[in-house]
Every structure is written in C-alpha cells, then in structure tokens.
Design a binder for this molecule. Sequence first.
Ligand code: BES
Ligand code: MN
Length: 443
Amino acid sequence: MDAALLDPLLEFLRFPSVSTDPAFAGEVQACAQWLKERFSRMGLEAAIHPTGGHPVVLARNAHLPGRRTVLIYGHYDVQPADPVALWTTPPFEPRVEGGVLFARGSSDNKGQIMAHILGVEQTLREKGELPVNLIFLVEGEEEIGSPHLEAFLQEHREALRPDVIVISDTGMAGPGLPALTYALRGLMGMEIRLHAGGSDLHSGTYGGMVPNPATLLARLVASLHDAEFRVTVPGFYDSVRPLADWEREAWATLPVSEEGLKAEAQVHALFGEAGYTPLERAWARPTLEINGIGGGYQGEGTKTVIPREAFAKITCRLVPDQTPTEIEAKVRAYLERICPPEVRLEIISGHGGDTFVCDPQSADALAAQRAVKAVWGREAALVRAGGSIPILTTFRRILGADILLLGLANPDCAAHAPDENFVLENYEAGVRLNRALLEELAG
Ligand code: BES
Ligand code: MN
C-alpha cells in the first residue's frame, strides 16, 4: 500500500489514546493535537475544543452558501488494550501482515475516520476544493459513552448545522461486502448487589443457618431467562418492533453461516433466543447479558466462607422502540419482586443509550448506496448492527440531520479485543468511498 495512505494511520495508531483510564490523559491530548495539526496541514481550519473531559477536534473547509453541509463524525479514543499479554505484538506498535493492519483502534475507529480524512486530503490536493461544505467532528470520549458531547453540540449547534451526518464506526457485512447500517441497538446497564449483612462468616459455624448472597444471586440472575432463552422480565418485549419481512429475507441471503459465526466468535456453539436466526437475534432482538459476576473468595485453593455480599453487572441491548428508561424500570421492578427478603438488594444504574433507526431509502441513503456501488462494484447490503453508538439520537435531536452509517470494518476485526485489526483493502476502499460519497451527497 501507498505510504502516503499508510504512514499517517500508523502515526495515529501509535498514540495510546485510551479514554477510560486517567493515566493516559496526556496521550489522549497529544493525539488530539496531532489530529488538529494534520487537519491544518491539509488546508482545513482546525481547532481543539476543551469539553471538561477529553477534547473534541473540529475541522472545516471554507463554507460557501448554496452548498450542502456534510458532517463526518468519528472518535480518536480507543478501548484499553487489556489483556495485553494476549496480543501477538504490542497494541500500540502497529504491524502489517498479509494486508491486515493490527493495532488497538485500527478498526474502532482510527482506521475508519482516517480513510475519510485522506479521501478529503486527496480531493483537496487534486481539485483544490470539495464539492460540499465539510465539517469533521472527531471526539475523544466515544468509548466512555460521550459524556460531554451533548453539551458541546448544544453550544456549537449554530456553527455546525449539517444537512447530513456521515459515520464510519460500524462494519461491513463480510469481507468485500459493503453495508449501509440503518439500525443499531441501544443499551441499559445496571449493577445489582445482594447484601446479607455486615461480615463474611465461617461457613461451618453459620452454613445452613444464614443466607448465602452468592447462591441467591445465582438464582436471581438465572431467573432472568426462561428455558427458551427469552427474557422473563414482565413487559420486556412490549415495545419491540417486529422484524419486517424484507429484513428477514435480505439477511437470509447474506453469506453468513453458523459455522462461520462460530469460527469468528471462537465459540463451540451458538446460543440464544428460540425462533430467530443468529443475525436476527444480534441485530433485531433485545438481550439481557451478565457482563461480570462475583462475590466471595476468588483466590487459590479453598476457603470455607459465606460471603457477605455478591454482585452482577448487567447490560441489556435494546431495539426500537424500547427505551433505556422503560427497560430499567421493568428490570428493577422484577428484581425487587423476586429477590428473597433475607438479603438486601441494591441496584446501581449504569450506562444508557438510545436505539437508532433510519430510513435506508431516504434520498441521502440512496446517494450513499450509489457511492458504495461505484467503489465496490456491488450493492450495499442493508443491515442492522448489534452494537450501540448512544450519541446518534443526540446528534439527530440537536443538529436535526439524519445519519448515514457506512462501516469499513470486517466482522472479525476484533474491536475491543486483543489483535484488533483493519484490512488495508477496506481502508483503501474507504478513501475512495469518501470521495464518491461527497460527490453524491453534494446533490
Ligand atoms: N463502534 C462501536 C459500536 C458498534 C459495534 C457498532 C459493533 C456496530 C457494530 C462503538 O465504538 C462501541 O463500542 N460502543 C459501545 C457503547 C458505549 C456506550 C461503550 C458498545 O456498543 O458497547
Ligand atoms: Mn468501540
């Protein structure tokens, strides 16, 4: 691959811009600074905006009246690299092997946003100007739920005012299979704690006499699903929009097999709610997952103890038209009802995020599909995705523009995991997609 394309991405990836860990705050700031300088060198007007958390980097060309305004959003922060020992090579020393680039942030999201940046750079170099009024908004807090972005958008709404928002922070439908993602799941997180009393107890002296919160917690979380693996929380599915026939039919034609999914996820078997295919379950059905569970002795050997408390961290992935508020209330009410009175239940609210859905046949979505066809020589698959980008509905509410999700990552990109990677063919296609897309969106 052309060094002019690869080198800037390698530089970008060498910043360990981990947003969740305060120890990396200096690196996050340095990464923002680097990005701002890159935008300036391309001839864009660029600035770093403090937010109270990690900064937002904004860049724009000279806006002309009568042209459409396109806002391209991405994030320069990354997930922690842990467990570092499971990486083949160090996460912040990017490595290319067999056309694949390995590094933390390569797919999520530095590689994807850099494809857009370089597309714009090429157009500016060749033509001296862009077909649209362009704004890049690259934030540093996506991986921690964008806590300062809403206030930032409110404050800058007059200066931003896009006609359409473009985001490449999702995936392709498969290798070489471009996709337009028209829906994402939402999120509702909580932690539940069961407290038995004041102290850990000798399990010989007290076993059989007092409640064991770890045992009761196991029963509690086990009663959140039935035998068909449907969520048992009353009313959980009430506001779920049923799958449309066209969705089921379109997804059934995707080259996705159960064997392929097992290999990609490195699992022995697939599992989930009865009556739906794996893609339907991950894209269009809500879930309730235990993300962490604990309590009591976790060390070597045996310890005869009755723990004084036990906990579980839970998230639900939500689908249209569920809301985090509705689902949190329903899960809380159910847990409070079924929790045995011998232990005290404590529920701590966590991350939330709205679901997202847009019309894949809108004028801009059709323009995006034409751009995809021009680049890959095939139609974009219309897909949903199981992940969440909670800020999308905030964008739509505050900026009043619709959103095009044009992901470049392969399904096996290992986002958030060891050996995260980005296929260079997708990167190069992303640069061309940016160019075709801005032409198409110019109208
Ligand atoms: N890019 C992902 C969201 C995503 C994942 C979209 C898979 C499509 C397919 C994003 O960076 C992310 O990881 N979001 C978090 C939510 C956030 C509140 C931590 C997620 O989905 O867990
Ligand atoms: Mn992510």
